[in-house]
Design a protein around this ligand. Structure first.
Ligand SMILES: Cc1cc2nc3c(=O)[nH]c(=O)nc-3n(C[C@H](O)[C@H](O)[C@H](O)COP(=O)(O)O)c2cc1C
Length: 189
């Protein structure tokens, strides 16, 4: 098998991360891979934020404030929310930008973003770093979007925690190909 196939088959999320974060040249390559995502009508329906250092503490304040939001509170201890971004030395925020193209519905823009994030994860892992894509209520919270400077046509696609792997997580098993693939129309569901 070639190196691309091996990288895909070996990919895994890594929740336990520490410093150092990827060096700028490593990050540059990983983000360039993300920007290779398939993109209907070449709308570039995505952009990324890079957060590290003090920015992680600022993001923790944003999370804590969102958790305590009187209009849309999030269940859980705001103090815990404040600590969440400190689980890694770097967080990348993929953002879907809805372009309102007549042939490209919002779902396709989200799918293009997700394809880019998948490439990003692979590119980081293949360069020796761990990463974990997280979403949850915080990713969908308007106060978080507002604090991150998103426009009305934009949407947080998650938080990709990135760093050096502290403790390797075992690979999660996947179904066998034969379990989820059928020839159509010859094979029944
Ligand atoms: C869109 C998306 C959102 C995710 N959000 C979370 C999350 O909020 N918390 C979490 O622990 N994992 C999250 N994950 C990661 C999955 O838990 C992880 O991919 C899954 O457990 C399989 O593990 P693996 O990636 O190591 O194969 C998310 C994955 C995707 C694709």
């Amino acid at each position: 098998m070639n190196s691309v196939i091996n990288a895909i088959l070996d990919r895994k999320s890594q929740p336990r991360l520490c410093g150092p974060a990827p060096a700028p040249e490593v990050l540059e390559v990983a983000l360039a891979c993300a920007l290779r995502a398939p993109d209907h009508a070449l709308q570039r329906p995505w952009r990324y934020l890079v957060i590290e250092g003090e920015g992680l503490q600022v993001l923790g304040e944003v999370f804590a404030a969102a958790a305590a939001d009187p209009v849309q509170p999030i269940a859980g201890d705001p103090e815990r929310m404040r600590q969440l971004p400190l689980r890694a030395p770097m967080i990348l925020v993929p953002i879907t930008c809805h372009r309102h193209h007549p042939k490209v519905p919002p779902l396709e823009e989200q799918m293009s973003t997700a394809a880019g994030v998948a490439y990003l994860l692979l590119a980081l892992e293949s360069q020796g770093y761990g990463a974990m894509w997280r979403t949850g209520e915080l990713a969908a919270h308007p106060a978080v979007a507002n604090a991150l400077g998103l426009a009305d046509n934009e949407q947080v696609a998650g938080f990709v925690y990135v760093g050096t792997v502290l403790a390797e997580k075992p690979k999660v098993t996947r179904p066998a190909v034969a379990d989820v693939v059928r020839r159509w129309p010859s094979e029944a569901r």
